[in-house]
Design a protein around this ligand. Sequence first.
Ligand SMILES: Nc1ncnc2c1ncn2[C@@H]1O[C@H](COP(=O)(O)OP(=O)(O)OP(=O)(O)O)[C@@H](O)[C@H]1O
Ligand SMILES: [Mg+2]
Length: 479
Amino acid sequence: MFHSRNAGAAQVQPTSPVPAHAIRFATPVVETPAVFLLTRWVYRAVRSVVLAPFRFPVAVSTLAGSVATVHYLGWVWLAVAVLLAGAGLGVWWWRWPVAFRSLVVLRAVAAWRWLWVYRRHWQPVLVVAGLAESYQERQYLPQIRKVTCTEWADRVRVRLVAGTAPADVENRVVELAHGFAAPSCRVTVAGPRDVVLEFPRRDLLAEPLAALSVHSPVDLCALPMGLREDGQPWRMRLHGTHVLTVGVTGAGKGSVIWSAIRALLPAIADGTAQVWAIDPKRMELSYGRALFARYADSAESAVGLLETAVNAMQERAARYAGRQRTHTATADDPFVVVILDEVAFLTAYHPDRDIRRRAENAIATLTSQGRSVGFGVLAALQDPRKEVMNLRNLFPDKVALRLDEASQVDMVLGEDARERGANAHLIAPDVPGVAFVRLEGSPAPVRVRAAYVTDDDIAAMVADYGARGLRSVPGAGVA
Ligand SMILES: Nc1ncnc2c1ncn2[C@@H]1O[C@H](COP(=O)(O)OP(=O)(O)OP(=O)(O)O)[C@@H](O)[C@H]1O
Ligand SMILES: [Mg+2]
């Protein structure tokens, strides 16, 4: 992205009479006069001193106060002042620990991180990452404007070099994360020429997350699923979209499916949502069978369930035609989510060609037409290659759990996902449930971890919510 200032010097004129092999190029060396360098250093030094009270008001006033105390009152009074200040901070910490942490501790950490990590390594890391040139010109080096700290991460606000774009930085997040020894780096745009780089100081997703508590009313567009690496809750949209969850065996697809079902429970209970479950392995979903309006485990019944869903969807679309363009979940017209574990069993692995064809047709129809009439599909898959699942592009939202190969990341999350840091193939096997997702409105993938719904949790869910609100959906016949 950055080019040497002499890059244009070696152009050959096509009309030149001199043969190309005879041309010798010499890079012109232009020495900057020493007086200019000296003036610049002096200017920078004076500017740093003048700006210091504004940049570091606490540090400068503490220093000035200490010097004045020693000068006018002597060392003893400085020691007394230090003791009093220490006691004051101690009382503050004891009485108001939260305010003390955010106003004192995190600011001290930010100052330290700015000095020791970012300022110290800034230029080398940016040069190696390909975001700056190695010469010292400040105008070619993105500038750190501010470092702040939250409990879990550093936020570095950066002024970009003119002529570069946030996408240039987004494409280097892996290098930046390694350069500053962080588990990841996330870029957000913070102004016309500013971006904020977020570097987690510790991995919030390292520990498993217990099943989340169930909240009512249910927001079908933001179901609580787990935790994002920035400490915020991970919420997933199901209404108005379809979600494909991909991961190798043991990656935690079950925890994504069960977290979604768990978040839907109050809506299942009041009849505004229904889960239609397909469980070819008979391992994942059978345990919560009483929660589902429909359930299928054999290939034949699974295809029948999918075709029933298509009929019900088309009946609803016919009713809505010319009357309404969007669906609102009600007990009469509930939101129906078809959950398909190991979808490749039906679309690729089943020996009967007719079953494969019917399943593909039904899934394609549901995913291409179901969105606006309140039919969604949540499918799980181990192998995202086209020959196994050629319908993956019909799923607008994807969850990439641990994958086998680097090339699969872009297959699941979209072309530039790996460049933007979604290293799903590097997720360790000992953190099942960790995944990369793309959130609405942001092209940068985010690392998340699904909460783990244990067998005991499922048993409790069945006891509390099973067999409630399971009315039949118009057009679907008898359940
Ligand atoms: N979110 C999670 N947090 C902690 N542990 C988890 C999580 N998800 C799954 N696990 C653990 O990993 C194991 C495998 O998970 P799971 O059965 O969901 O994998 P899967 O992707 O569905 O695999 P398969 O394709 O073989 O069905 C679980 O038995 C559980 O011990
Ligand atoms: Mg599974």
